[in-house]
Design a protein around this ligand. Sequence first.
Ligand SMILES: Cc1cc2nc3c(=O)[nH]c(=O)nc-3n(C[C@H](O)[C@H](O)[C@H](O)COP(=O)(O)OP(=O)(O)OC[C@H]3O[C@@H](n4cnc5c(N)ncnc54)[C@H](O)[C@@H]3O)c2cc1C
Length: 496
Amino acid sequence: MSEIERTDVIVVGGGWVGMVAAAALASSSRSVLVLEARAGTDPRFRGELVHTGGVKVLRELGLADALERDGAYRAKGFAVITGRKDETLTLDYPEGYGLAMDHHGMVHSLRRSAAARPGVTIRTGQRVMDVVRDGDRVVGVKLADGSEVHASLTVVADGRHSRLRPLLGLDGSAELLSFTAAIRVDGVALPEAQHGTVMLSPLGPILAYEVGHEQVRMCVDIPTERAKGTKRDLAKLLTSEYAPHVPEPLRTHMLRAIAEGHVEMCANQEISTDRVAVKGAVIIGDAAGCPHPLCAGGMTVGAQDVASLRDALATVSAGSAAAVWDEALLLHERTRYQRSRGREVLSRALYDVFLAASDGARALREGMFRYWRASERSRSASMGLLAGEDARLASFAREYVTVMGYALGAIADEGKGASARETLARRWSLWSSAWSVAKQPLSRSGRFTWIEALRQLGKRPEAPVPHGTANAPTASATQSAPSVSAPPASERASSR
Ligand SMILES: Cc1cc2nc3c(=O)[nH]c(=O)nc-3n(C[C@H](O)[C@H](O)[C@H](O)COP(=O)(O)OP(=O)(O)OC[C@H]3O[C@@H](n4cnc5c(N)ncnc54)[C@H](O)[C@@H]3O)c2cc1C
């Protein structure tokens, strides 16, 4: 048998989140080995826009400057073209800026930065096939050639189609929501420069953002049943059903890009998990869950996952006992769900509202626009959630209830020319939409998070907690916060 290689931490997957993790966990006293299956980067279309919450983590880790040097473009916020004559609602990030860049360029930049850190080794062309266990503890991984690498901790960042997630016994639920047609459009700026721009079409929303000067990426949301057919069918669909809802001059450039075939299709799956940690291993990034990409939140959640893990491991050294590593993983698991549940629910709710497939969702969309028109404060509160600066479910619940109020107002105004039955049907549809949002965390073990959210609703809103402190709760905070997904270690051991 070949000799077993040993390291302190294995990172499976050298994609965006794996590289941020390698940079964050490396130190002169801890060796980190990254095992990436591909020789280069994953060639499929992946996210490009990182919100301020994610940029904050990149900055703390000393990775943001290199990204900017390598071409990342600053984003100031979002703009929504509402469909009302000439109206664009501009929502700026409350503070700081986002970064946008071609995904593969970003991964290459992060790989260079991570490889320069002490203790980090990155090996490409190394596909991990399985985990290695000693009893109920993961002690390493097995590679395609049958060799094994052992470590105190295995961090799994192998993406949304994670091979290792089920092998670790960490099931996730996956739902195919729609498809994205990603179109690269050059030679034009957005109507609101440096603002990710949402445009509405009857079939689905379009998100466009700049990845450079006069370099625009358009992500067109296509219903699953319309995404079938040839490239020519797709080009026809984009041209006839979506392009008319795009303002000039972007539309002309979009049509040219479609005609030249600069379109890439990608499935939009929503993946949700209840647990991310087992003894000796943890899943992070898309492997731990991913929302619909309309909110462009995947990498921000991934970066915050990494920050939470780094904080939880802060007092763990290479020589620490296995139980100390496990306690840290449980702490990370608890804190990441306190943050990520809010994000998941927000992403789904915003997608439903922009899709506006029912009377209720249409009323919510109108309510949301009214709310954003109302004040700078309302726009800022919504952007705080979107940017990942404020990830509390309670904040989301507060915003949602407020938007519901505006939506009821919109239904009442529309009802002036409608029958009582029609108005009642719209109200019923609105409540159904709200219920489908609320039951998401209720239907998973995150139900306790809703209880926590309702408890917090009664409290005065706090200023967003600076990153670092938010991810490192005090002992009392962790004791009082209801556990979202982590049963006690004894229970977990027996459940396996
Ligand atoms: C259409 C679309 C648009 C998006 N837009 C945005 C956006 O604008 N902003 C945003 O923040 N997010 C966006 N996202 C989400 C974003 O792309 C992901 O959150 C991000 O790529 C997750 O990074 P990851 O490292 O977890 O996974 P991945 O990027 O999937 O990387 C996983 C890596 O693991 C490697 N790997 C897989 N299996 C193995 C194995 N067995 N052994 C070794 N290596 C392995 C893969 O080769 C790959 O390099 C979008 C996603 C989609 C689908």
